[in-house]
Design a protein around this ligand. Structure first.
Ligand code: SF4
Ligand code: SF4
Length: 356
């Protein structure tokens, strides 16, 4: 009998084979940890074993020359062990304290900034963008690069009240998740439908089911099966575009960028929160997104000056209140910040069924 093929595992792999041997040996048996300097963490195990973690920023989308360079540094200073964080930082684990400074020197000389730990601004969580996703309204890599160039000092120094997590999302589906400051594409017009293509490309019932406000209906246009959008209901979310590209919503003029603040995934000290809109209608202007950088820097500077030690962005806003947030940051509070849309009661999908 033919030998059965072993199943192909998918999802997160078992981390143990990739972990530094000192970490495997002392797994779950750490006595304490400290933060000797920006970008460096120190852990001591109950056994007395020690390990240092050195964190450096990377570009996330890397060519193989860069990956080889980072791997060579790991072989030389960190026994060949590295890991990448969710925010595209690379971390080297070093069991020999005398190698920490040479490792930092080697990384710095190659242009990798050391930082992103404790109360610094970590790298921006980076969505897939044009490289791997089919629906972006802007380029995630570009926004991350442009902004981190501006925030370099805040990455390598620990001068914020608490850690700051930023994210970008190149469509409104927002796979970047919740963050202290989130930079998200904002469509401001309903999709334009190319009726000649709908029947050939789209599965119309799936597209109709996809709309969260039931704004899409099947329709016959020029004798061909197509779709129509009730523009009064449409909230310009872009959810119909992935299953039906002829419903084009990306627009050079009307796709803008919005900034949201106060999101938090962790439940350390206070509960997780959703971020809230504070700036909208910013131009989606590659390659440096200057208007977006200006608003992000303004929010960070105000938080840095006004936040108390260990207050996360949302803790600070909760303490001072939203009116004071707008006053202190100088951001205009407009009618677009008020969520007065009442259609949800009648239109939002309220059933417990999961649809794809
Ligand atoms: S934010 Fe949207 S466009 Fe960007 S990678 Fe995620 S799902 Fe794709
Ligand atoms: S953009 Fe969103 S709300 Fe508008 S039609 Fe498409 S799915 Fe519906």
């Amino acid at each position: 009998m033919a030998e059965l093929r072993p199943p192909i595992e998918s999802g997160a792999p078992d981390p143990m084979p990739y972990m530094h041997p000192v970490m495997v040996k002392n797994y779950g048996k750490w006595a304490f940890h400290s933060h000797p300097k920006p970008g460096v963490l120190y852990h001591r195990a109950e056994s007395g074993d020690e390990i240092w973690t050195v964190k450096a920023g990377t570009a996330r989308q890397m060519d193989h020359y860069t990956i080889r360079e980072l791997a060579d540094i790991a072989d030389q200073y960190a026994d060949g062990y590295v890991r990448f964080t969710a925010r595209s930082n690379i971390e080297y684990m070093v069991a020999d304290g005398s190698k920490v400074e040479p490792l930092i020197k080697a990384l710095s000389e190659k242009g990798y900034p050391i930082g992103g730990t404790a109360n610094s601004v970590s790298m921006i969580a980076h969505t897939q963008g044009f490289l791997h996703c089919d629906i972006p309204g802007t380029d995630a890599s570009g926004v991350v690069k442009a902004l981190m160039d501006e925030l370099y000092d805040d990455f390598v120094k620990c001068e914020m009240p608490n850690r700051v997590k930023l994210s970008t999302s190149c469509c409104e589906i927002n796979c970047g998740g919740q963050a202290d400051i989130a930079i998200i594409v904002q469509h401001t017009k309903p999709p334009k439908i190319n009726h000649d293509l709908v029947a050939n490309v789209c599965e119309r019932p799936s597209v109709v089911a996809r709309c969260p406000v039931a704004a899409i209906r099947p329709a016959l246009v020029n004798g061909k099966p197509s779709l129509e959008v009730d523009e009064k209901k449409c909230i310009c979310c872009g959810a119909c575009y992935p299953p039906c590209p002829p419903m084009q919503i990306n627009d050079p003029e009307h796709s803008k960028i919005a900034i949201w603040v106060g999101g938090k995934n962790s439940n350390a000290r206070s509960k997780p929160t959703f971020h809230k809109l504070v700036a909208n209608g910013l131009p989606n202007r590659a390659p440096r997104w200057p208007e977006v950088a200006e608003v992000v820097k303004k929010i960070l500077a105000t938080y840095k000056e006004d936040g108390k030690p260990w207050e996360r962005m949302i803790d600070w806003i909760d303490r001072i209140g939203w009116p004071a947030f707008f006053e202190k940051t100088g951001l205009p509070f407009t009618k677009y910040h008020i969520d007065n849309w009442r259609g949800g009661r009648y239109n939002l999908n309220a059933s417990a069924h999961i649809r794809f």
